[in-house]
Write a protein that binds this ligand. Sequence first.
Ligand SMILES: Nc1ncnc2c1ncn2[C@@H]1O[C@H](COP(=O)(O)OP(=O)(O)OP(=O)(O)O)[C@@H](O)[C@H]1O
Ligand SMILES: [Mg+2]
Length: 403
Amino acid sequence: MTHHPLMSDQTLFRNPDLFEFDRLPEQFHYRDTQVKDLAFALRPALRGTRPLNTVLRGPPGTGKTTAVRRIFAEVEETTQAVVPVLVSCQKDRTRPAVFARIYEGIAGHKPPAVGVPYTKTVDEVGHLLTRREAVLVVCLDDADALLPDGVLNEVLAAILRLHESYPGVRTGVWMTVSCPALDLIRDLDRATFSVLCPNEVPFPPYTAAEVRGIIGERVLVGLYPGVLPPAAMDLVVERTMACGDLRIGLDLVKRAVLAAEKEARTEVTVEDVLAAYSLSRHLYVEIAVRSLTAGERAVLDAALSLEREGGGPVTAGMAYERVCAGGRISYTTFHERLRKLEHLHLVDLAVRQEKGRTRVIEVRDGVREVIAPPVSAGSSGTVPNRCTGVADDEKCGYEGGRR
Ligand SMILES: Nc1ncnc2c1ncn2[C@@H]1O[C@H](COP(=O)(O)OP(=O)(O)OP(=O)(O)O)[C@@H](O)[C@H]1O
Ligand SMILES: [Mg+2]
């Protein structure tokens, strides 16, 4: 029999699946407080009453979706009296899509008719819940994706007011949000907000030690011993912190190990990690750029085009002027957008002390490569975004106020 390279069983992975993006981790450390808060929010539902509506807020890759998936799985295992439904709003962005998903979550199959008004599906959801005598908990994952056209407002109103048409029906809503400035008080109708009245569970970024702990655990289970030597691990942790998203770290390990495998080595080198980083980084920047609002993207584009023109360091003032050329915004708004870019690790803001306090914008490595030059300077409204999806940026809550 000839040797077939694809069938080679020389692998450094004990379990390659552990490094996949959407893998639900076996161990979920460093989120005890959040899990406890969520369990508390759910407790009323286990007694047949309304759960606490909750906003889970934190930057990308901080375990929000994971926390919900774990808790919902546990609920499904323990009781029939509570029906948890996770709606991925990046995927289901319209009212009919969201309610079809909710229906499916309760009934176990898709709603029978397509093309009927979504209010019909809402009614069917009401009937099902009445018959089942179950409490409904919907998690709108990445809820900011529903902001355009008031979809979020209407979806929330329909879920939370179901008991008005179906007495005895109890419902609650959780929402995960990664936009730091999303301000529900401003983005929802007053009436909707007052029924929602959510409590917030913050998901802060992981510390370097926590990142090391999480990645280390996967490495321990997923790789053979000694495959990732300490120096390589240190570099993985450092680069993950620089990106601020755990997914990059997991991706980095996977790619570096594959590279070592390819060269038939049994150990990952620092060079493997560095080479993997340029690929993972690209992936991260793509995700981050896709999550920007049109207004945030305009600020990034302005900084990039100023940089490209090569007139020395790009100051915040220069970028502000450039952005305003395409439509005036307040400096506060501009500054909030700049901070969001910093928060996503797309730019660094350095303070120069020369004439007063000048802020210099430095676009981080890898961003130029992901963003093709804009068609014309100042045009920016082309990227659909996760926060509002609309060019009207006043919606995302950057006018000061609550954080
Ligand atoms: N405490 C943890 N322990 C182990 N793995 C974790 C932990 N937190 C996050 N992860 C892993 O990191 C990845 C990202 O987590 P998750 O999808 O929950 O982030 P998120 O906060 O929902 O991000 P986004 O805002 O981008 O949706 C997942 O692969 C998850 O398994
Ligand atoms: Mg998520």
